[in-house]
Design a protein around this ligand. Structure first.
Ligand code: VG1
Ligand code: CO
Length: 543
């Protein structure tokens, strides 16, 4: 066992309030860098002596190497046991499930989620606590403090573990268990959903396409959709995880999952299409000829969840992140159940789920989940949709149309401006923040501003308060704009502009989305002086 002393810092720790650390892969590969993060994490949780940890990642470049380092460090820090997915692979929801099922002390997830992978792309690491969810701010703040003062880390000089063989092995005195990454997750899904009904739907000719985007969900989707539910072989595409995700961007949205989108809009489209991200916690849902926005998906799932066995008693409540559209609020109101608006990031849902205040949660960025784990869960969302389709025996398009006729439609789009110089992005945000108090009562591009604020969240369970969670402007007639800076980008700043326009149940639900949002988009451009600050008004990605 070696204690390595750190002399000077290539190290830059996880900022308080962010979920995990995301950097360029080469940054993580600097000697001592990953080690400092891991040791700081261990220190922040009062060490790992005698503890059991789940360790796994999405298979991106540096995944296996990082796992070897983590195992040697856990052993040197006195951990009792590590549970690792075969080949180092575990999806984020599968890690969350394993932590919970096996009652471990926590886990480490290696992923930069939807960011591309490779030696010149991104890597990331995140610590999850014993409830299976991302560490809350109280712990990430301690982790950050540890990174500021860390002077040494502990690592064993034992050899590498064979990650490719199932079974038990040791690193020093620590037991390492290499497990099938899929089995326990698939068993959980079987408990939640009516697999017989879904199998019967598929046997009756219902077709589906699932794009695993060369990322971690491939083995899970193959085993469940094709293996257990009988979807035709080849229904799951890009199913073998690769170190660079086939050179793509494993972000399940119409831009990065374009091939699937094109197929779904063509006359060769299957009945149902879906995709998931690098670490398997996000989902995209598409019906034949119909894209379902994540905000609408959450609302439809909330309105229909009772059709699946796990949720047949109804929902305790629904939570959404603040930038997510208000579509699910309308469902919660009608069902007479709790409705919560949290800051961006799954960790804010953990307390609400643990306290039994909500059953479903969702984010506009294609994250949906429930109280079955403490992470968002891509394949879970796909299976809940399939269970609903099997019960309702209608197309996705019909379900969506009927949903809007009942609740109204929240037209919605997110515009991302990537690699903006950090100073310019900060100036735009602080300029807008300064203006907020004067905005209500003014008119811009034909829209009257009725409210404007910087979102603060006070956790109804533990009372903790999180400030500066995004700037929002409300307009008369149910339009809204939200602006915030991404916490997961690794190059300059990413400015996210979220646009929403509500249309009543008897209104026009057939407008092109960009047309429905044009007024609120121009209002944002003008109010923020976007061109003046960042030199452009056209986003890189619209989702
Ligand atoms: C983005 C999304 C956010 C999501 C986060 C992690 O954050 O907008 O909704 O929770 O990614 O998702 P940001 O700060 O870049 O907007 V993932 O799939 O890491 O696990
Ligand atoms: Co993800």
């Amino acid at each position: 066992m070696t204690i390595s002393t750190i002399k000077s810092g290539p190290f830059e720790g996880q900022k308080p309030g962010t979920s995990g650390l995301r950097k360029k892969t080469r940054v993580f590969m600097q000697p001592g860098y990953l080690e400092c993060f891991v040791q700081s994490t261990f220190n922040a949780i009062d060490g790992v002596a005698g503890k059991t940890l789940v360790v796994g990642g999405d298979g991106r470049f540096f995944n296996a190497q990082a796992i070897q380092t983590i195992l040697k460090m856990a052993a040197a820090n006195g951990a009792a046991r590590a549970i690792v997915g075969l080949g180092g692979l575990l999806s984020t929801p599968a890690v969350s499930n394993l932590i919970r099922q096996r009652k471990t002390d926590g886990g480490l997830v290696l992923s930069a989620s939807h960011n591309p992978g490779g030696i010149d792309e991104d890597f990331g690491i995140k610590y999850n606590i014993a409830n299976g969810g991302p560490a809350p701010e109280s712990i990430t703040a301690r982790m950050f403090a540890e990174t500021e003062t860390i002077t040494e880390y502990r690592i064993s000089d034992a050899g590498d573990v064979d990650l490719g063989t199932l079974g038990k092995t040791q690193v020093e005195a620590m037991l390492v268990e290499i497990i099938d990454p899929v089995a326990e997750y698939a068993a959980l899904m079987q408990q939640l959903f009516d697999f017989d009904k879904i199998s019967a739907l598929i046997a009756g000719g219902f077709t589906l396409g699932f794009d695993a985007m060369h990322a971690v969900t491939g083995p899970y989707a193959k085993a469940i959709l094709e293996g257990q539910l009988g979807a035709a072989p080849g229904s799951v595409i890009n199913a073998v995880p690769s170190e660079n995700f086939g050179g793509g961007h494993p972000d399940p949205n119409p831009v990065w999952a374009k091939a699937l989108m094109d197929e779904m809009m063509s006359d060769k489209a299957p009945d149902f299409g879906a995709a998931s991200d690098g670490d398997g916690d996000r989902n995209m849902i598409v019906g034949r000829g119909t894209y379902v926005t994540p905000s609408d998906s959450l609302a439809v799932l909330a309105a229909n969840a009772h059709l699946a066995p796990a949720y047949k008693e109804g929902l305790a409540g629904v939570a959404r992140s603040m930038p997510t559209s208000a579509a699910s609020d309308r469902v919660a109101e009608k069902l007479g159940i709790g409705c919560f608006e949290t800051p961006t990031g799954w960790k804010f849902f953990g307390n609400l789920l643990d306290a039994g205040k909500v059953t479903l949660c969702g984010e506009e960025s294609a994250g949906t989940g429930s109280d079955h784990v403490r992470e968002k869960d891509g394949l879970w969302a796909v299976l809940l949709w399939l269970n609903i389709l099997a019960e309702r025996k209608q197309s996705v398009a019909d379900i969506l149309r009927e949903h809007w006729q009942e609740f109204g439609r929240n037209y919605y789009s997110r515009h991302d401006f990537e690699a903006v110089p950090t100073d310019a992005a900060n100036a735009l945000m602080s300029g807008l923040e300064a203006k907020l108090p004067d905005l209500p009562g003014t008119t811009c591009c034909g829209l009257n501003v009725v409210s404007a604020d910087s979102f603060s969240y006070s956790d109804p369970v533990d009372g903790s308060v999180s400030h500066n969670q995004g700037l929002r402007i409300g307009f008369e007639g149910g339009a809204r704009a939200v602006l915030r800076l991404s916490g997961t980008g690794t190059e300059g700043a990413t400015l996210r502009v979220y646009l929403e326009q509500y249309e009543a149940p008897d209104g026009n639900h057939d407008l092109p989305v960009e047309d429905a949002l044009e007024k609120v988009r121009s209002a944002v451009v003008e109010i923020t002086d976007m061109a003046g600050h960042i030199g452009r008004t056209d986003p890189d990605v619209k989702t």
